[in-house]
Design a protein around this ligand. Structure first.
Ligand code: KG4
Ligand code: ZN
Length: 347
């Protein structure tokens, strides 16, 4: 079994995965939303302190169910993320690996998100195109194995999830903003057609050919709309939230449509915390049907950060004997390393 640890942002999570059949044998996570909500975003110092409390608590629970001698390796997210939170998990992982005299597998969190698709599945699917939408990243990736992944395009400014968090803040909704905006969007659908029509926000990069993403212009349009609106009117707030969500999703669909015209991969997937968005899932389903692509979606519980996806990708590394060569020197990195992803020629 592999014991995996995730602490790249504000979720402390531990998982145990069977090496033989990739079964998830244990998974728990403690989120910190309520601690950051009042600040409208993650406060790194608070997140770090909470991991220092939650990770040992979870480890104690793991040891109630599994004897440490059954672990063959420890897997840890070492990048990208907040350095002060990554280090909490990393210290625990290093200590366990050295004490139990077993290998350490350091995992790129974004590659982990891709493998959220294959939790409880013995075989991963490649080649695979992926749209990764999280709080920190919006990227198109192509993967040929757990190791060999290409970065095709990414956001020039904010990420998709981050734009929801900022939109929610402007609308006086709590953090994390994604689920809050989605709630209002569902309310809009419930009230339709007895609610004003959607506001036609500008779709980012509409007149460009690039595959990149951008959310800063949309964010500014939202700010200007809010300035001239009365948010005390419930209908107005619901209408603005839904209009923002739709515009942000249309932007993703527009860019993926451009990508589909260049890519021959049959399999396309949507991963990352914001891939839980139901409007986005529906739009991507329709797009994939149109372009004859097979859409893979992660289980809703594994969209946001979790250690199960880290354990699943680590099984592949374990089977290939890819271990951290110098445990003591391993450091957290806020960004991906250059060797993590190749750049794509079609970008
Ligand atoms: O992958 P994740 O858990 O953390 C990072 O690696 O960043 O993603 C968290 C992000 C947050 O920005 C959150 O607002 C967004 O995912 N999110 C959503 C939804 N659920 C979570 N965004 C849109 N719609 C949702 N339903
Ligand atoms: Zn993530």
């Amino acid at each position: 079994m592999i014991l995996s640890i995730e602490s790249s942002c504000d979720d402390s999570s531990l998982a145990v995965t069977s090496i033989q059949d990739c079964h998830l044998l244990y998974h728990k996570k403690i989120s910190q939303d309520s601690h950051h909500s009042v600040y409208g975003g993650v406060v790194p110092e608070i997140a770090s302190r909470m991991h220092a409390i939650h990770l040992p608590f979870l480890l104690k629970d793991v040891f109630k169910h599994f004897h440490p001698k059954n672990f063959k390796a420890i897997a840890i997210t070492s990048r990208p993320g907040l350095s002060v939170t990554l280090i909490e998990g990393l210290m625990m992982a290093k200590t366990l690996a050295l004490d139990l005299k077993i290998p350490l597998i350091d995992v790129n969190h974004l590659k982990g998100h891709v493998y959220s698709l294959f939790i409880n599945k013995k075989k991963a699917i490649h080649p695979l195109s992926t749209l990764l939408v999280s709080g920190g990243h919006t990227q198109i990736l192509e993967s040929y194995s757990h190791k060999d992944m290409t970065l095709v395009a990414e956001s020039l400014d904010d990420s998709f999830g981050e734009s929801f968090d900022k939109a929610a803040r402007m609308l006086s909704l709590p953090y994390p903003g994604g689920p809050e905006i989605q709630k209002l969007s569902q309310e809009y659908d419930r009230l339709h057609p007895n609610i004003p029509a959607l506001i036609p926000f500008p779709i980012p990069l509409k007149h460009h050919k690039s595959l990149a993403f951008s959310f800063s212009g949309l964010k500014n349009a939202l700010r200007l709309q809010i300035q001239k609106s009365d948010l005390k009117d419930g209908f107005t707030k619901i209408c603005i939230a839904k209009s923002f969500e739709v515009a942000a999703c249309i932007h993703l669909v527009q860019q993926i449509q451009r990508y589909f015209k260049k890519s021959k991969n049959e399999y396309f997937s949507l991963v990352g915390g914001a891939s839980a968005n139901l409007t986005l899932r529906k739009m991507m389903e329709d797009l994939c049907k149109k372009y004859n692509k097979t859409l893979l979606l992660a289980d809703l519980q594994f969209c946001t950060d979790n250690a199960a996806m880290i354990g699943r990708i680590a099984v592949e590394s374990y089977l290939k004997g890819e271990f951290c060569k110098d445990i003591l020197s391993l450091q957290p990195h806020p960004k991906s390393l250059r060797e993590d992803f190749k750049n794509s020629p079609i970008a």
